[in-house]
Write a protein that binds this ligand. Sequence first.
Ligand code: 13P
Length: 253
Amino acid sequence: MRVLMIAGNWKMNTTVSEAVSLVNEMRQALDEITGVEKVVCPPFISLAAIRDLIKGTSIKLGAQNLYFEEKGAYTGEVSPLMLAELCEFVIIGHSERRQYFSETGKVVNKKVRAALKAGLKPILCVGEKLEENELGRTIELVTEQLRSSLAGIDYPGSFIIAYEPVWAIGTGKAATGKQANETIGLIRRNISELYGKEAGEDIRILYGGSVTAANAAEFMHQSEIDGALVGGASLKADEFLSIVRQTAEIKGH
Ligand code: 13P
């Protein structure tokens, strides 16, 4: 049985004090919801403070990125070893990193390897752009991203995939539940081909892109979708709590 996950990607939002306030606002209520794995991914500089705040609760912590080297002269970067001391998850290959920071499939692949080596659980993001979607190239693009991100990696074990169509991110124009379910089903089949049927059945695949309290239920009713990676709506305590609650009610076990 796949454990559901709702992860909040705060992106480049919140100062340390704002991050602390946001977690304080939802900590108790979030902790009490069962049947769903709840993850917050604040900016790097807030990880240590949030780790201390959520100690002893069921809330988990993730980072939004990492560099693939363990240490050295890489000014401004954060290594997997540094993160492993602070958090359990790390988002890798987000489309904003691919788009604004020129991250290629090769770089994403190195980051996935580095995260796994350090014992971090990657949340690997894949998703097509609007023009690719309109040209009917979604399947081809998502398959290519998935295969290049995982090239040469033996069974990656406990990692998570997030399907985030680029045209749905931050636009208020979410995919439909049916669209997301279809592509996520395809991703699952790819994982089965790469790593065997059991791996395909076990892997958790989230949907991301304009998920809100108003549309979360539509996604959670789909058979292939195991939760959500939430951007904007994860910055509002009430909204995030509502998404987690609805997920627990619909699919929690
Ligand atoms: P929004 O929920 O703001 O569309 O962002 C989605 C996302 O990119 C999560 O990683």
